[in-house]
Design a protein around this ligand. Structure first.
Ligand code: C2E
Ligand code: CA
Ligand code: CA
Length: 958
């Protein structure tokens, strides 16, 4: 800075040096008159800088030249000079001649020049400086802006002092207060993770040793929130002239987001790779340009059969991968247009040319700057197959639904509305599908019992199904039907539905009831059978006991029913049983039970009789007699006029037993007693009968032992021809001598033999024994072949034995007896059972020479019709007629008729039971000369009989 003292004047005395300095100085200089402000002198620099020439400027004021930009500046300058006599670097803005602005520092002082006070002013142009300063400011701002917009923080570390400067952002990134940081290095990096700080130190150590000065480092700043911020620092190391580290300055950038993004990107890439490799669905990547596969996954290989290396580098066309190439081209165009394809169904060919149907999804992707197609396949071959199967099964279901004999309905589960009903439903309920679809079971009132419906719903909720629930449904006409209901839950088109099947079990129930009925009823008469009778009896016993009443059990057995059945046929027998049933049912009260035990056995259970035992017995007997009379009334059947009589046994309840079994047994015993008493009678059970019954049992076991012990023997009763009092034959009669009880009555034991079947064995013995003794008589010459016959009684059961004929012939053969000597006595009972078979048997024996006599003739059902056909030789007039004939004209008439009949048929006649000469006389009178009876001889043991024979010690008839 040049300073002019007021004592040194530029134009004074040629002081050339001063003038030269004034005129050649680099700064513009002017001298002005203080009071007028006129320029007195300017220098070259002024002219150059402000554009005014000397001539233009000298004599004029600065105001006239318009030098001041702010005229106030001039006054301030003058005021300052007035006050201090000088100005020093007064900053102003001045204008040049052409109007350009110039920043300037003005220096000046007052001087006296030729008596005049002048101002010497030096104007230093600082325009460039100012511009440079501005430019620096601007660039600093721009840097800040740039740092800011790059979100960079900066720091500057002075290494020898350890002090560090950090920008606001740098401070903030380190979670320091939001202002410039100026403090120790360690404080600035306090938030850095311990491990990172160690790495940072190691990196710095490497940097100080090595030639490199640039440094880049990423570290983690631990934030107070617990989060981690990733910071990247780029810095440069500055060294002093000795190469020692002096400063290090750098930037800081928050790269947290980038790190995290990269991490997730890494993860997603990994994910993609593992998805690609591990996907169960085939995936491939192919290049758009040439269609070549560049990547396939393992599923692709296993599905389509190619190895990855067979596929990669080849195009689908080369592989014949697409079944339809045209489709491939169309889809390719679509993909190019839309950039993606969604679930298109396509057929592909595998390596071994199997067709696989897949749904394909494709999209375009970039791989290594090549446009590619990423395709994912889903093999739906099996799904399509199962869809087809499903469709088939649905069709089957449809058929089953519509053709089922059961009623089937499908209802919406929640609303209960019918969606579909079948023909079976129409049959069962009477409703047509169009009448019920959309309705509910409640609205058409199909269930008879609302409670049953609620039970069904409850079961459905509980178990999810209903199986075989018996319910009652209502037909549209109101009839109630029992149905067997099953319900399943099904889904139809995404809708929860119920499939209900109902089977009409009314018929089944009826059949069941019928079976039940049959189990308890007799098929022929529809009467309760034994089981039901026992059941009712049991109930009645308890009931009567409770009410202190009496009842009765009536056991009825039809007399000689078996004969009728056998002779007239089963249909007649059945008709009789039905008629008996009707008669019985008609004559008892509603509350009484008529039961059939089987065969011709009926039981009537009478209940609720009030009164004493005596009174009850009287009433019941009365009723029984009434029944007996009623049953005995003739029946007209099939042209036959038949009379059936019953034998009735009665047991009183509870007097005669406390259990059904006891009561039935006792009524049965009473019934047997009635039979014994000559049939067609009523017997009330009495304790003594029990004895008789057990007696019978005892007898039977006695008879069994008798066979083993050979306690049987035969007695012989001679048969006489009254005209010469000559023995013409004998009847063999069975005798049993009990070891302790002596001789037993044939009348009782023979019946037991027959009932028990023992007669077969015993009867056979009789025949053999008879043949043997007769042969002996013949051999001994006591009888002659043509003049004697031995009669043997044959029981029906014996005659029915299959080998009866053979046994008889064998007995004859064994004994060596001519068959003509044997005469078999049969009863009408034998004859009328299976007439044809009877005749056949008789004929075979007759052929061998055996004779037949019809025993007890007149007591049975014998009719002329049978008699004519039967190969019998003689009739035996029953002793009951013979006995009374002399006194009873009726019996005499019968005897007469029998004899007449015998004669007309050419049959021999023999009367039995002839005890008196009157009886014999009557017989002879009628032309019957043959007889047997006490009159001549009782049945006698063999030896006695032999004695009666002519060649023995002859006993002559009177
Ligand atoms: P039946 O065939 O009518 O036999 C004649 C019965 O009359 C015999 O009774 C005989 O003793 C009896 N009698 C004979 N003359 C007179 C008489 O003048 N007055 C009376 N009151 N009775 C006379 P018996 O021996 O007690 O036999 C009874 C029945 O037993 C027989 O009746 C016969 O049906 C049966 N019977 C006897 N022996 C046999 C046999 O070996 N086999 C079979 N199946 N039945 C036999
Ligand atoms: Ca006989
Ligand atoms: Ca007889």
């Amino acid at each position: 800075m040049t300073r002019y003292s007021s004592s040194s004047l530029p134009e004074n005395d040629g002081q050339d040096q001063f003038a030269k300095a004034f005129h050649t100085g680099p700064d513009a200089m002017v001298i002005t008159d203080r009071d007028t402000g006129r320029f007195r002198e300017i220098n070259t620099s002024f002219t150059e800088r402000f554009g005014w020439s000397r001539e233009e400027a000298i004599g004029r004021t600065s105001l006239q030249l318009g030098i001041w930009r702010n005229q106030d500046d001039r006054q301030r300058m003058l005021d300052t000079i007035a006050a201090t006599q000088r100005i020093d670097g007064f900053e102003v803005t001045l204008l040049t001649r052409s109007g350009d602005e110039r920043s300037a520092h003005v220096y000046g002082c007052q001087i006296e020049l030729r008596g005049q006070v002048c101002l010497v002013l030096t104007i230093r142009d600082i325009t460039r400086l100012r511009a440079q300063e501005q430019a620096l400011r601007d660039s600093q701002e721009r840097l800040d802006l740039a740092l800011d917009s790059a979100q960079l923080g900066i720091w500057d570390w002075h290494i020898p002092s350890g002090m560090l400067f950090g920008s606001i952002r740098a401070a903030v990134l380190h979670e320091l207060p939001a202002r410039d940081f100026h403090g120790p290095f360690g404080e600035f990096f306090a938030c850095v993770d311990e491990a990172d700080r160690r790495r940072m130190r190691q990196a710095y150590a490497r940097l100080t040793k090595g030639p490199e000065n640039d440094y880049q480092f990423t570290y983690r700043a631990q934030l107070g929130s617990g989060e981690v911020r990733y910071l990247e620092s780029r810095a440069r190391l500055y060294r002093d002239t000795d190469g020692q580290p002096l400063r290090m300055a750098g930037t800081l950038l928050d790269i947290t987001e980038q790190v995290l993004r990269e991490r997730s990107l890494e993860a997603s890439e990994e994910k993609f790779a593992s998805l690609f490799q591990g996907s169960p669905d085939p995936i491939c990547v192919s290049r758009v340009r040439d269609g070549e596969f560049i990547e396939v996954n393992p599923s692709f290989c296993s599905t389509f059969g190619w190895q990855a290396e067979e596929v990669i580098g080849r195009s689908s066309h080369q592989l014949t991968f697409w079944a339809d190439h045209g489709l491939r081209e169309r889809l390719f165009e679509q993909l190019m247009r839309d950039h993606s394809l969604q679930n298109v169904e396509v057929q592909f060919l595998t390596r071994d040319e199997q067709t696989i149907t897949c749904t394909v999804a494709s999209r375009l992707i970039w791989v290594d700057r090549q446009l590619c197609i990423l395709s994912t396949f889903r093999d739906v071959t099996r799904r399509l197959q199962s869809e087809a199967d499903l469709k088939a099964s649905q069709e089957k279901f449809y058929k089953a639904f519509h053709s089922s004999p059961d009623a089937i309905t499908i209802t919406e589960r929640d609303s209960g509305r019918y969606i579909e009903v079948n023909e079976g439903f129409h049959r069962l309920t009477g409703y047509r599908p169009e009448e019920v679809i959309g309705q509910t079971s409640v609205s058409i009132n199909i269930w008879a019992d609302p409670e049953e419906r609620l039970n069904m719903i409850a079961a459905l909720k509980r178990d999810g199904f209903v199986h075989h629930l018996e319910m009652r449904g209502r037909h549209r006409d109101g009839t109630i039907k029992t149905v067997d209901v099953s319900v399943e839950q099904i889904e139809l088109g995404g809708l929860d539905c119920l499939l209900l099947t109902a089977r009409d079990t009314s018929e089944l129930r009826a059949a069941e009831a019928r079976i039940q009925h049959l189990a308890y009823h007799d098929a022929l008469t529809d009467l309760p059978n034994r089981a039901l009778l026992m059941d009712r009896l049991k109930q009645q016993i308890a009931l009567l006991q409770r009410h202190n009443l009496r009842g009765a059990l009536m056991f009825l057995d039809l007399d000689h029913f078996k004969h009728i059945n056998d002779s007239l046929g089963h249909s007649v027998g059945d008709a009789i049983l039905q008629m008996v049933t009707a008669r019985l049912e008609a004559s008892v009260r509603q509350e009484d039970t008529v039961a059939r035990l089987g065969g011709d056995e009926f039981v009537v259970l009478l209940t609720g009789i009030d009164g004493s035992r005596m009174e009850t017995a009287r009433q019941v007997r009365q009723l029984a007699e009434k029944l007996r009379d009623l049953l005995a009334e003739p029946m007209l059947l099939d042209g036959h006029r038949l009379q059936i009589t019953p034998s009735i046994g009665i047991a009183l309840i509870p007097d005669d037993g406390a259990t059904p079994e006891d009561l039935l047994k006792r009524a049965d015993i009473a019934m047997y007693r009635a039979k014994d008493a000559g049939r067609n009678t009523v017997q009330l059970f009495h304790a003594s009968m029990q004895k008789a019954a057990s007696e019978r049992l005892r007898l039977e076991s006695g008879l069994r032992m008798a066979i083993a012990r050979r306690e049987f023997s035969l007695h012989y009763q001679p048969q006489i021809d009254s005209r010469g009092s000559r023995i013409i034959g004998a009847e063999a009669l069975l005798r049993w001598e009990h070891p302790t009880q002596g001789p037993q009555s044939p009348a009782s034991f023979i019946r037991v033999l027959e009932d028990s079947g023992l007669i077969i064995e015993v009867g056979h013995w009789v025949i053999e024994e008879a043949c043997r003794t007769c042969a002996r008589l013949l051999a001994e010459g006591r009888i002659a072949v043509d003049e004697f016959s031995l009669s043997v009684n044959i029981s029906p059961r014996q005659f029915r034995q299959n080998d009866f004929v053979e046994r008889v012939l064998e007995s004859l053969h064994k004994a060596g007896l001519p068959a003509s000597l044997l005469k078999l006595e049969i009863t009408e009972g034998i004859v009328i059972q299976q007439l044809d078979d009877t005749i056949a048997r008789m004929l075979r024996l007759r052929q061998a020479g055996v004779h037949f006599a019809m025993d007890d003739f007149g007591t049975g059902y014998s009719s002329l019709t049978y008699l004519k056909r039967l190969p019998v030789d003689s009739l035996k007039i029953d002793q009951s007629f013979v006995r009374d004939a002399p006194n009873d004209s009726n019996d005499a008439e019968i005897v007469r008729a029998i004899i007449a009949m015998g004669h007309s048929l050419g049959l021999e006649l023999i009367a039995e039971g002839v005890e008196t000469p009157e009886q014999l006389a009557l017989l002879e009178e009628q032309g019957c000369h043959t007889y047997q009876g006490y009159l001549f001889s009782r049945p006698v043991p063999f030896d006695d009989f032999v004695a009666l024979l002519p060649d023995g010690k002859t006993k002559r008839a009177p």
